[in-house]
Design a binder for this molecule. Structure first.
Ligand code: NCD
Length: 358
């Protein structure tokens, strides 16, 4: 089995994401991740297993007895939520997921309150957390940090899993999981997700959720992807290269209305101006054509779905909020279930939960 202890940090960092995957697995050949770092760790089979487990947890949790059973499954484990970037939903849904499984949690939400403020390295901070906890759920503005920390921990005296809750402009694998879970649920009684057209709109250049979800969608058959953005914020070359290499049908355009008409799902995103190289740079880009309002809603298919990872500004007008096709509220709750499934699976609980009598 490929192990992070058998490869240097430098050699590991040079591998392609696909080549990194086996080093991050729980058990050889099983496919489920031990460290969850990027979307390339999930293929169709794993996605289906996680969605099934999330459905199961959701069902079990409905009864008091079931919920109390779930609270025992990880009552002997502790999770550290280490968020050095702002977060509401990702933090709270991971916290709620831990609570569903009975895990005790600790958190650092601001590096200024940790010893990193005194100059401690990330490596030393992570080693500190691993002394007290059994899993680290981390969000950081630094691209690749979660991956570096996963290698460090696997090569430490107390290896524990890392779950990437958003790394820089790069990846957000658990958001993509909840987006897929929402899409699968949205279309499950309507013939499924295969063969659908999904439009991404907004800041596709810097939106990490877009990179992760675009990749996960390639696991489904004949899903076309349309990227709608101002030229300055269009989908980055690495995403396009993956789609081209995998022979995925995709289109790059600035015409939202035409894209909406042919789409089954529309995924709106916020302008990620926190990454602006000079203050106010994003404000100088004309984004007026990249907003979803009453007119776009009237063009969306009757059984279509409108998604947003949130937080939103004005990309989706509030007049869309009560439409049954608005899935962004459901996405939030689905995030809790799929994250509970991922955490349970990381600790080898897929089978016990699937087979439990509740
Ligand atoms: C996203 C993120 O942090 O990348 N939010 C989230 O996790 N729900 C999207 C964003 O901040 O725009």
């Amino acid at each position: 089995m490929a192990k992070l202890t058998d490869i240097s940090r430098e050699d590991f960092s040079r591998l392609s994401l696909e080549a990194k995957r086996p080093y991050l697995e729980r058990c050889e050949g099983d496919g489920l991740p031990y460290h969850t770092l990027f979307a390339q760790q999930f293929d169709r089979g794993i996605l289906e297993r996680l969605c099934t487990l999330a459905n199961r947890i959701r069902f079990i949790n409905k009864s008091r007895e079931g919920a109390l059973y779930l609270k025992t499954v990880l009552a002997h484990k502790r999770a550290m939520l280490y968020f050095s970037q702002p977060s509401s939903r990702t933090f709270l849904s991971h916290l709620a997921a831990c609570q569903i499984l009975g895990m005790t949690t600790g958190s650092v939400r601001d590096a200024a309150t940790s010893s990193e403020f005194k100059g401690e390295s990330h490596e030393d901070s992570i080693r500190t957390f691993s002394s007290y906890f059994d899993m680290i759920i981390m969000r950081s503005p630094e691209q690749g940090l979660a991956e570096r920390m996963a290698w460090e921990l696997s090569n430490s005296s107390r290896p524990i899993p890392i779950l990437n809750a958003g790394s820089g402009k790069d990846q957000h694998p658990t958001q993509a999981l909840l987006d897929i879970y929402t899409l699968v649920r949205s279309f499950e009684t309507k013939g499924g997700l295969d063969g659908r057209t999904v439009t991404f709109c907004g800041d596709l250049m810097r939106g990490r959720t877009v990179r992760s979800l675009s990749y996960l969608l390639t696991n489904f058959r004949d899903v076309k992807q349309i990227f709608v953005a101002p030229q300055e914020l269009q989908v980055p070359a690495d995403v396009v290269m993956i789609l081209a290499k995998k022979g995925i049908d995709f289109e790059v355009t600035d015409d939202l209305k035409s894209a909406v008409k042919v789409s089954d799902a529309v995924y709106m995103t916020r302008i990620q101006d926190e990454w602006d190289s000079s203050k106010g740079a994003s404000a100088r880009i004309d984004t007026s054509k990249f907003k979803f309002g009453a007119e776009e809603l009237s063009l969306l298919k009757k059984d279509g779905a409108l998604l947003h990872p949130l937080p939103r500004r004005d990309e989706i007008a509030t007049c869309c909020d009560r439409d049954p096709r608005a899935m962004y509220w459901r996405q939030m709750r689905n995030g809790m279930w799929i994250r509970a499934a991922l955490i349970a699976a990381t600790f080898g609980l897929e089978k016990p939960i699937m087979d439990c009598g509740y």
